[in-house]
Design a protein around this ligand. Structure first.
Ligand code: BDP
Length: 606
């Protein structure tokens, strides 16, 4: 069996050791490490923090912008008493792909920068001794990878990466690395589906183990009291007088699975479970049967020095700010976030639209570069053959892994399968028909599935929206178009487009709207980039949302300022944040707080 996607936890039958910290590091400037056997051990190394992006740590621009391989090395001690366990090394993520060797032998490789993967160590390690772990991480992107980008190679061999997306291509070991000791017969996967029957909650479940011994289940409440029990690998358990998982008021039960042989516990795994339902009914999204209104942000995993590396301090600060501002939801733009983020969302009752890393399926950026350099002619992303043969395979893999990892999180109420693909193209329709059909087979909870529509495929031009259960719109009327003195007209144009989308009868969420704003720049009367303009812009957008009954949510772009590729459109990054990159409020944050405190979570639009 491959990778178990269950989050590693210590129990009476399992051991987890976090081996993150300071590792050896080497940039493969001449792309020679694979041929020269660096897998056996690195020489002339420097140091690197794991987890982190490696880009913003050094003062050397060549390292920040490096395109290709970087190498990591550490030593791990494997206790003798683990001989009777299955011993795995587990990476929270490696962006965008990695190969791992232990004592010179390959134990696992993985494609895709935002998912956990693990390799089995039993046959390659010396127990009771130190063992050498070497990892190569590669950050190259092309039309077939998820996300998408392209590389330009200069005559001297220097590679420059052009991501087809608006965030810095942070790379490295972004999440914790752990050693996991599992019993030989273990819980491999759990899938739950919850329902509400009057005052009771129902958990339908399916468990996969690596053996044939009996399985028993205890359901524990938050006081760790057993409230229900069950047995068998498949079944249904009813909890009387259930405490529901509610937005802003989460309640988590523990679905504790034990593999037993008589009185002996072979394995023990606790899965947090929240009882809630999600459904789309006409033009509303119902959570626990009631029409929910999404208030919040599109976010990024981004902060100074760490880049995209998981940082528990920033994670917690973000949850504090989300609570302060009255947000009830976020979209994990533009890739799956750390597992620890999802766990926190479960605990805090933050509603999540969970997004794949399928971003950059649009050739405008490339066309823009081509226009600037005089190279190439206009191309359409979905006109490329390899997109329908290779990209689609990687895209499906990314969806499959995301659903495997996140399927049981009560916070996840919707799957966003792609961000701003070029759905104005005819050739995008058959592509997404397949993507949606495939994704629909994977979620037993049958949660709504969607993608974000971009402003070049407005109502009437989009070829894909019929497959989506909910319409997600990224719109910048008053910023990229009709900005400044045209703002009053921008609002009216937006209202008109919304009426078009409303005629589909589907619920609409404005998944991005925002204006770049330099914190501290004030101007009376306002001009674009000033804090005053950001607030006027937001008021205009909100008026448009309130004019359309089908709009059931607003997620401002972005929660905080974030780093992007350098260029003439960005001043040291994207500045559309309600908060600065160091997580302090701009004036707009107070405006949003005021508005969102006056919008109820439920039944905003009766
Ligand atoms: C949207 C993208 C987002 C960008 C944003 C912007 O989805 O990644 O950062 O526009 O331009 O097109 O700020």
């Amino acid at each position: 069996m491959k990778n178990s996607f269950l989050y590693p936890v210590d129990t009476c039958t399992r051991r987890v050791v976090d081996i993150s910290g300071i590792w050896k590091f080497k940039v493969d400037k001449n792309n020679e490490g694979r041929a020269k056997g660096w897998k056996d051990g690195l020489v002339d190394t420097t140091l690197m923090a794991v987890p982190s992006s490696y880009n913003d740590i050094f003062t050397d621009k060549d390292i920040r912008e490096h395109v290709g391989d970087v190498w990591y090395e550490t030593e791990v001690f494997i206790p003798v008493e683990w001989k009777n366990f299955n011993v795995d090394i587990r990476f929270g993520s490696a962006t965008h792909r990695a190969v791992v060797w232990v004592n010179g032998i390959e134990v696992v490789s993985h494609e895709g920068g935002y998912m956990p993967f693990s390799g089995r160590l039993n046959d390659v390690v010396k127990f009771g001794e130190k063992n050498k772990v070497v990892v190569v991480v590669n950050n190259e992107l092309d039309y077939t990878t998820i996300p998408c980008g392209t590389i330009k190679t200069y005559e001297d061999g220097k590679k420059i990466l052009f991501p087809f997306f608006d965030f810095f291509n942070y790379s490295g070991l972004h999440r914790q690395v752990k050693l996991v000791a599992l019993p030989k017969e273990s819980v491999y996967d759990i899938t739950v589906k919850t329902d509400i029957k009057g005052k009771d909650g129902v958990i339908d479940y399916e468990i996969i183990t690596t053996g044939n011994s009996d399985v028993i289940i205890d359901i524990l409440d938050e006081d760790e009291k057993v409230v229900e029990t069950g047995n068998g690998k498949k079944g249904s358990i009813t909890i009387n007088d259930v405490n529901l998982w509610k937005p802003g008021n989460a309640y988590l039960y523990t679905f504790n699975v034990k593999i037993v042989n008589g009185d002996t516990v072979i394995d023990d795994y606790p899965l947090p479970v929240g009882i809630r339902t999600v459904e789309v009914k006409e033009n509303r999204i119902l959570i626990n049967g009631e029409p929910f209104y999404f208030k919040g942000f599109g976010k990024h995993e981004d902060c100074e020095y760490h880049g995209r590396g998981y940082n528990p301090v920033v994670n917690l600060r973000d949850f504090e700010l989300l609570n302060w501002i009255g947000a009830n939801s976020v979209r994990t733009a533009h890739y799956p976030y750390a597992e620890e983020f999802m766990q926190m969302a479960d605990r805090k009752g933050l509603v999540v639209i969970d997004e794949t890393p399928a971003v950059g399926m649009f050739d405008m950026l490339n066309n823009f570069i081509a226009a600037g350099t005089g190279a190439g002619k206009k191309t359409g992303f979905f006109d490329r053959k390899e997109v329908h043969t290779k990209t689609i395979v990687n895209h499906k893999d990314a969806i499959r892994e995301l659903l495997l990892r996140d399927k049981n999180h009560p916070c996840v109420v919707m799957w966003c399968l792609a961000n701003e693909p070029d759905t104005s193209q005819d050739a995008s329709a058959p592509y997404f028909k397949q993507i949606f059909e495939y994704a629909k087979t994977l979620d037993i909870q049958n949660r709504p599935m969607t993608f974000t529509n971009f402003l070049m495929a407005p109502f009437g031009k989009c070829k894909v929206h019929e497959y989506a259960d909910v319409i997600l719109l990224n719109r910048y009327y008053g910023w990229y178009m009709q900005g400044g003195p045209e703002l009053p007209y921008a609002k009216e144009i937006f209202k008109k487009e919304l009426q078009g989308w409303a005629s589909t009868g589907k619920p609409i969420i404005i998944s991005e709207y925002g204006a770049d704003t330099m914190s501290g720049v004030h101007k009376l009367p306002s001009v674009m980039w000033s804090e005053e303009y950001q607030q006027e812009y937001l008021n205009a957008q909100h008026e448009a949302f309130d004019s359309c009954d089908n709009v059931v949510g607003e997620q401002m772009w972005n929660f905080a300022d974030f780093q992007t590729t350098e260029g003439i459109m960005r001043v040291n990054g994207n500045k559309k944040g309600a908060f600065t990159r160091t997580r302090q409020p701009k004036g707009a944050a107070y405006l949003l707080k005021e508005r969102w405190n006056n919008i109820p979570d439920y039944n905003y639009k009766k």
